[in-house]
Design a protein around this ligand. Structure first.
Ligand SMILES: Cc1ncc(COP(=O)(O)O)c(C=O)c1O
Length: 440
């Protein structure tokens, strides 16, 4: 990696994907860009992709079947279904829950649009519950306040790679008979532990005295939905997703909705009689082609074997940043909840403007323009988007989420390939920027 980069990083040419907005041509010399740290793949993925490409079957074959089994085992769930991405995973789940017009789904506003989009697509109404100011995950107390007789489900997001406090959420769901969807786009390999656990870690400190009681992301709610998009903790050639569930009664519906409502005839005589396949609705719902291909699954299997190592590196980087910026007045590092094993999809720091003596935007501008460290904001409260405003959402539904997005947060570059130099540049950049804005 060269010492300094312009804000348009090599390889940043895009067709308008999400990352295109990070690559701005404003002449800033970057020391640490937000994205574009090079391929995460190595020899294992190259070999896996090439071998899959020689197979007879290039979609929904042995690689997909094995990837699903291995992913289910990693999460500790009974079933996993590979799909094209996390949005389609959540769409299938929304259809399986039978969400439709008149139904409300309680959801966090601090998420990518996909989490609400799938509710809207089926005619349901997202109802926004505010977030916790420390973990930035949905606040169970506000979830409880938002339940009405029309509520059908709760959709949570494990923001940044740290799981939500699931127990109170599951309790609300049990009390009111609601489905729970975990949006695990940021959290493959993340988990939570019960209060008796001294410190959640991969090597369980309780074992072998007692069996580890950790709950993996995707194994707590009715359904978990994962993303293997290019920027995620594990990736399958740029796009990909997985649905996880322990619900045997969902298996048939998920399989049909993932693959165009196809099923075998119950009384198949020869393979062409009465015909190759039948088509049935799923409680009046029509599915789609959301299948994953074999090359993606083969690469996903290789990535899965490296997931814990990749997550460990993210944790190590996250903790180094925290140690480096701890104690700067007005800067709050990422806080790990005592019950959670954080996998640092994002590193989020907060600016406390009164303490810093400057606004988040002033700090971010200096950090970017003068220190060459590119931050990104995730997420604008979903109900502030033009399309949702048209549906009549009020402006200040979730004050904590609004303060978080508009005044407090910055996401720093976070990637397993960050070099020591880049980590040090980030830390000194934050220290210098805080010092500079305080004096101005
Ligand atoms: C929280 C969250 N949910 C869902 C998605 C959608 O994932 P995908 O791009 O795989 O559809 C994303 C993607 O960035 C995300 O961050």
């Amino acid at each position: 990696m060269s010492e300094e980069k312009t804000a348009v990083a090599p390889g940043a040419e895009t067709e308008g994907g999400i990352t295109s907005s990070y690559a701005v041509d404003d002449g800033v010399q970057l020391k640490v860009p937000y994205s574009f740290f090079g391929s995460i793949y190595g020899e294992e993925e190259r070999q896996a992709a090439w071998e899959a490409m020689q197979q007879d079957t290039l979609t929904m074959g042995p690689q997909v079947a094995t990837f699903q089994r291995e992913f289910a085992a990693m999460c500790g769930v009974k079933h996993a279904f590979a799909v094209t991405n996390c949005t389609t995973a959540m769409h299938v789940a929304t259809q399986v829950f039978g969400i439709g017009p008149g139904d409300e789904v309680i959801v966090t506003p601090n998420t990518f649009i996909a989490t609400s989009l799938v509710i809207l697509k089926e005619g349901g109404r997202p109802v926004y519950a505010d977030i916790d100011p420390v973990t930035f995950n949905i606040d169970p107390e506000d979830v409880a306040r938002k339940v009405t007789p029309r509520t059908k489900a709760i959709y949570v997001v494990h923001y940044g790679g740290q799981m939500c406090d699931m127990e109170p959420i599951m309790e609300i769901a049990r009390q009111h008979g609601l489905f729970v969807l975990e949006d695990c786009a940021h959290a493959p390999g993340a988990f939570i532990c019960p209060p008796e656990c001294p410190k959640p870690d991969l090597d369980c400190p309780l074992e072998p005295r007692q069996p580890c009681k950790r709950r993996m992301a995707g194994a707590v709610g009715d359904v978990g939905c994962f993303s293997f998009h290019s920027l995620k903790n594990m990736t399958t050639c740029g796009e990909g997703g997985m649905i996880t569930t322990n619900r045997d009664d969902f298996v048939d519906a998920i399989e049909k909705l993932r693959c165009m409502n196809l099923q075998h005839w119950p009384d198949q005589k020869d393979y062409w009689i009465p015909s190759h396949f039948d088509v049935v609705d799923v409680n009046g719902r029509w599915g789609n082609n959301y299948r994953m291909n074999e090359v993606q699954a083969a690469v996903g299997r290789a990535q899965l074997r490296r997931l814990h190592e990749l997550n460990r590196r993210r944790r190590e980087i996250g903790r180094r940043i925290t140690a480096g910026i701890e104690g700067i007045p007005g800067i709050t590092p990422t806080r790990e909840a005592p019950y959670a094993y954080h996998v640092y999809h994002l590193y989020t720091l907060c600016v406390e403007e009164e303490e810093l003596g400057a606004s988040r935007d002033d700090f971010m501008r200096v950090l970017y323009r003068e220190e060459g460290v590119q931050g990104i904001l995730h997420y604008q409260p979903t109900y502030h988007f033009t399309g949702l405003k048209k549906l009549g959402y009020a402006d200040n539904l979730c004050p904590v989420a609004e303060e978080f997005f508009y005044r407090r947060e910055i996401n720093l570059p976070m990637h397993p390939r960050l070099t020591d130099r880049e980590i040090e540049d980030m830390i000194s950049g934050i220290r210098n920027a805080a010092e500079k804005v305080r004096k101005r």
